[in-house]
Design a protein around this ligand. Structure first.
Ligand code: GLU
Length: 363
């Protein structure tokens, strides 16, 4: 792909991308470059700030998911020296609108693309708000050993010091690095840090250094195209096959706080949710009013998982809350939004709390 891009053609592609209906679910695979011996990286774009455009007058106001993926790639000098890049506009949304249907479709598409002999690695551009959830969903449902790297940006594509181009270049550098494949698992690259999907969490609403891995630290760093991984043994993942699933079980999150009431739990039970994740205080603890409602939900067959609203550290089984007695599950080091992802997938297999607890301890 040609990396040089004049102002006129940039403006033209931004204008095209802003036309209503031009963005969502458009497949636009670029012509493959001649075989140069470079690894082939497939870029699936889903939107987010990395594809955002700010209004010139008010740079703080911008629309996520507005620029097409080809424009993003063309803005990065040097990407062609690292890889042969093909692009596909999978979607162009703000990731606050990510949903189960798109997750299932995305997971299937990722598996499909990675099965191709002419693809060595895959990069997914994504809004940062729910990037950690999509990363973990793919971690649990993508079967290939080829690298999959998620990447986003905190500043829109036309802002001064936009972080998208550098992040995308770093993501491609990680995607083609031979060690990435031996590590395995879905990764994310932001602001020069490499993260594994499981521990990744957004920690800033505005800073370009918006992500951290609060329990285990980053997997590595990227600097000037060089990837430096930290020493670490990989973990074996067990995958969920979502190829034929039409929908995922409904699981909600209830946030704990001082004087928390039973109302949200009752509403979820009434709406026939199959699972509830508690974003508990401290070690997954909860006000007694809410505890009683959760116990009642569990007795009624709703699967209840205790996670914590605290940024790091595990929620440990039977310590502050008697999980055994209530039939609850302890989330360990999964934060509430990722405990929700695992519970949705676990519920496609079983409703038995002991089996689900075992999955939380393994995955
Ligand atoms: N809310 C948007 C999203 O998650 C923009 C945030 C971002 O990408 O940084 O897609």
């Amino acid at each position: 792909m040609d990396t040089g891009m004049g102002m006129l053609s940039w403006l033209k592609s931004v204008a095209t991308a802003l036309l209503p209906g031009a963005n969502d679910d458009v497949v636009n695979e670029a012509d493959e470059a001649e075989d140069s011996g470079l690894p082939a990286v497939y870029l699936l774009a889903t939107g987010g700030t990395i594809a955002g455009v700010g209004s010139g007058a008010e740079p703080v106001v911008y629309r996520a998911g507005a620029v097409g993926v080809e424009t993003l790639v063309e803005a990065i000098p040097g990407i062609n020296q690292l890889a042969r890049v093909s692009v596909e506009q999978f979607a162009n949304i703000g990731s606050q609108d990510m949903d189960d249907a798109r997750w299932l479709k995305l997971s299937r598409r990722v598996n499909e693309v990675l099965a191709r002999d002419d693809v060595d690695a895959l990069v997914v551009t994504h809004g940062t708000d729910t990037l950690e959830e999509t990363a973990y969903f793919l971690d649990l449902t993508v079967a290939s050993a080829k690298p999959v790297i998620l990447v986003g940006a905190m500043r829109p594509s036309n802002e001064i010091s936009a972080d998208g181009p550098a992040n995308l270049l770093d993501a491609v550098a990680v995607a083609v690095n031979p060690e990435t494949r031996t590590r395995g698992g879905i990764m994310a690259v932001m602001h020069g840090d490499v993260f594994e999907a499981r521990d990744l969490v957004k920690i800033s609403t505005v800073s370009p250094q918006a992500f951290a891995a609060p329990n285990y630290g980053p997997l590595g760093h990227v600097y000037n195209g060089q990837v430096i991984f930290r020493p670490q043994s990989g973990h074996e993942l067990e995958l969920f096959d979502v190829a034929t699933l039409e929908a995922l079980p409904a699981v909600g999150i209830v946030y704990a706080h001082a004087n928390a009431s039973a109302v949200p739990v009752k509403a979820l039970v009434e709406a026939e949710y199959q699972g509830i994740v508690l974003a508990g205080v401290g070690n997954g603890n909860v006000h007694h009013q809410l505890l009683e409602a959760l116990a009642e939900a569990a007795r009624a067959g709703v699967v209840v998982v205790r996670a914590s609203r605290v940024l790091s550290g595990p929620v440990v089984r039977n310590v502050e809350v008697d999980d055994e007695r209530y039939g609850f599950i302890a989330a360990g080091t999964l934060n509430p939004q990722k405990a929700r992802v695992l519970l949705q997938l676990a519920l496609t297999r079983t409703r038995e709390p002991g089996e689900i607890q075992a999955l939380f301890e393994r995955l």
